[in-house]
Design a protein around this ligand. Structure first.
Ligand SMILES: Cc1cc2nc3c(=O)[nH]c(=O)nc-3n(C[C@H](O)[C@H](O)[C@H](O)COP(=O)(O)OP(=O)(O)OC[C@H]3O[C@@H](n4cnc5c(N)ncnc54)[C@H](O)[C@@H]3O)c2cc1C
Length: 472
């Protein structure tokens, strides 16, 4: 474990004048040992920078003393992203939220790394715009974290993910230089696209200190439907059929029976618990056209085995329906305390096959598996609910997780649609990228970060690293 020498600490105290932003007490450090996954790794020091100058000086110092740096937003990562697996310093950016400027003439927002994602959309709405990326954690996660993870959300189906809305970045490199990538223009093909390289690099290639985000006009109206299915596989077929019928919903989310029951036990909303799956679908656009499209959605879903299509009559009814989807995560952790949240993603046409594979895995390993997620873009969230104290159960869970990864790769999919690799999925990354693909990424990392200062132990597997869930 890395330690921070006294000499280094003295310099830090000169860089960060306000001592309240230098955290050294054990109880403070321990609260940074967690994220929303379940590894526990305590840092040696936590700093809360609020300017590019502070970040530059800290990064240079870390290179001088060879101390690992771990950027952190709000710690909602589901893949261990901000955890200080090699000790060292956590850089907590949650206080750095002073800049949230909307420029309607250029249709952009300029933001500091610690701004909450939902606040960007809310501010854009005031000007008649929207910032489409909407991870379910948008009210509690930072734009810095979203950029580093290239986060997505329900609206990803129609509007894409974080990377599709970033046109410029200010980045502090792992050796402490400041670079600006892209700019304010929608088109820009000057040189390599470093913006896209940094977005999704999980804090391993640079520290994002400012972002310029593209905004788009807010649609005039939305309409929501709840569609009931007696057969899970039919719901998968309905997703493909709707999308190939010329309609592109803004959201298309799925909940299986286990997640419906969990939500009803947690907060009764009147969802039917005797169905195998429900789809929640939102259309957006002109009020007349979405009226028309909803009729088409209804007939397509009924033709592939849908039991019933319930259309929300008001915005209130629609938000009640979406509440069901939002409650899945808190509801399922009441079943058992440990939630292993995966985001295996497959091509849309393979959703029915993935459902079949998940059903087989559930039975084979006798695990409590709940499936929900952004079904429209093939991004399922198979969640395993277990108890970390039960070693025998966790062994079965490890095998099941590995098999879920294999299933998604075999079906032409990916290990992660949005949660990132972190240190949770790194043992499996070669399975998807191949040896040469992985090696090219390692070479990029070495070129950017020769001292391996920034977020070491993430994305790339450490020698002999395996998925271990049983000793947390
Ligand atoms: C209930 C719940 C629902 C969720 N729903 C979704 C969802 O719908 N879609 C989705 O994509 N994710 C989802 N997530 C996962 C998580 O919220 C996202 O990955 C989010 O982007 C993390 O943001 P954060 O501010 O918490 O960052 P952290 O978890 O603190 O860090 C995430 C990564 O970003 C890096 N990082 C943070 N700030 C910076 C910076 N300024 N510069 C460089 N690197 C940085 C960290 O090193 C780390 O690798 C969910 C999580 C929870 C708990």
């Amino acid at each position: 474990m890395a330690v921070v020498p006294e000499e280094c600490l003295d310099s830090i105290e000169r860089i960060i004048a306000n001592k309240k932003r230098i955290l050294q007490r054990k109880e403070d450090l321990f609260s940074y040992a967690y994220d929303a996954s379940f590894g526990i790794h305590c840092p040696d020091l936590v700093l809360q920078p609020i300017s590019t100058e502070e970040v530059v000086s800290i990064v240079r110092l870390a290179n001088q003393f060879k101390i690992p740096l771990y950027p952190r937003g709000r710690g909602t990562s589901l893949s261990g992203g901000p955890l200080p697996v090699h000790g060292g310093i956590v850089l907590d950016f949650s206080l750095w939220n002073d800049k949230l400027i909307v420029d309607p003439d250029d249709s952009v927002a300029i933001v500091s790394p610690g701004v909450l994602t939902a606040d960007i959309n809310a501010k854009a709405n005031e000007f008649g715009f929207m910032y489409p990326p909407d991870p379910s954690s948008a009210h509690v996660s930072t734009i810095g974290g979203n950029l580093a993870e290239n986060s997505g959300g329900p609206r990803g189906l129609k509007y894409g993910v974080t990377k599709d809305y970033v046109i410029g970045l200010e980045v502090v490199t792992p050796e402490g230089e400041v670079i600006r990538t892209g700019g304010r223009t929608i088109k820009n093909v000057t040189g390599y696209d470093l913006t896209k390289l940094i977005v999704g690099s999980e804090g391993t290639l640079g520290i994002i200190t400012e972002a310029t985000l593209k905004l788009i006009p807010k649609p005039a109206a939305t309409k929501t439907a709840l569609i009931l299915f007696d057969d899970l596989v039919d719901s998968g077929r309905a997703i493909s059929r709707v999308l190939s019928s010329g309609i592109l919903p803004s959201k298309m989310e799925i909940m299986d029976q286990a997640s419906i029951i969990a939500v009803e036990n947690y907060k009764p909303l009147g969802l039917p618990t005797d169905v195998e799956a429900i789809l929640l679908l939102e259309l957006d656009g002109h009020p007349y056209s979405i009226e028309d499209e909803m009729e088409k959605v209804k007939s397509v879903c009924l033709s592939v085995g849908g039991r019933e299509v319930i259309i929300a009559k008001s915005d209130e009814e629609a938000s009640d329906l979406w509440q069901a989807r939002k409650l899945v995560s808190p509801a399922i952790v009441r079943i058992k305390p440990t939630k292993i949240s995966e985001d295996a993603t497959v091509p849309r046409s393979k959703i029915p096959d993935m459902f079949k594979r998940l059903k087989q895995i559930k039975e084979k390993y006798n695990i409590h598996l709940v499936v929900f997620g952004h079904a429209g873009d093939g991004n399922l969230h198979p969640n395993i609910i277990a108890d970390q104290r039960d070693k025998e159960e966790m062994k079965r869970v490890e095998l099941a997780v590995e098999e879920i990864f294999k299933a998604s790769i075999e079906l032409g999919g990916t290990l992660s649609g949005e949660h990132g690799i972190g240190n949770m999925k790194s043992p499996f990354i070669e399975m998807e990228l191949g040896k040469e693909g992985l090696d090219m990424m390692k070479r990029i990392k070495r070129a950017w970060d020769p001292n391996n200062i920034l977020n070491p132990g993430k994305v790339f597997p450490e020698p002999g690293q395996k998925l271990v869930l049983s000793n947390g």
